[in-house]
Write a protein that binds this ligand. Sequence first.
Ligand SMILES: Cc1cc2nc3c(=O)[nH]c(=O)nc-3n(C[C@H](O)[C@H](O)[C@H](O)COP(=O)(O)O)c2cc1C
Length: 169
Amino acid sequence: MGVFEAVRTVLAVRSYQDRAVPAEVVSRIAEAARLTASSQNRQPWHFIVVEARAALRQLGALCTSGPYTADAAFAIVVGVNADSRSGTADAARAIQSMVLTAWEAGVGSNWVGIARADEVRTLLGAPSTLNLVAVVPFGYPARRAGLGKKDRKPLGEVVHRGRFGVPFA
Ligand SMILES: Cc1cc2nc3c(=O)[nH]c(=O)nc-3n(C[C@H](O)[C@H](O)[C@H](O)COP(=O)(O)O)c2cc1C
């Protein structure tokens, strides 16, 4: 799958098959995060791979906007050092690397925001100096994704040519 094709077709996947993702695919997804560029190459991040079903259930219970995390094959919790000024941007880029790498392997995922950060930190033994940015659950999609059917603003509304307000196309 080419890069643009992955970007064009990837969708938020919120329900998963009860099927394990091969260890090499899990490792490749984690490697994609590690290889991502960050501001000044500071790499202010940590990625906690959660695979145990009991832990995924507990994580799902804490993710009010992503309870389906409980049913994922695995999840990766992304945190950044609290003193990092670019941490959220760096983490967002690493998350996109993981989402696209997973998608190429047929694995769906989604960004889940973290409301109960203290409890998630306690669950995972993470220090208070780690700002949690997102939980990313992964798994083979339970339903066939509507490839490329995206609900997005038209190009002319958000892309400008030369000056703001001049539609690119
Ligand atoms: C920064 C960010 C935060 C998000 N938070 C959540 C979330 O907490 N729960 C959830 O189910 N989806 C979350 N999403 C997924 C978006 O709702 C989803 O990508 C968007 O509605 C577009 O849908 P699509 O990706 O299927 O085209 C988040 C996405 C981003 C980029």
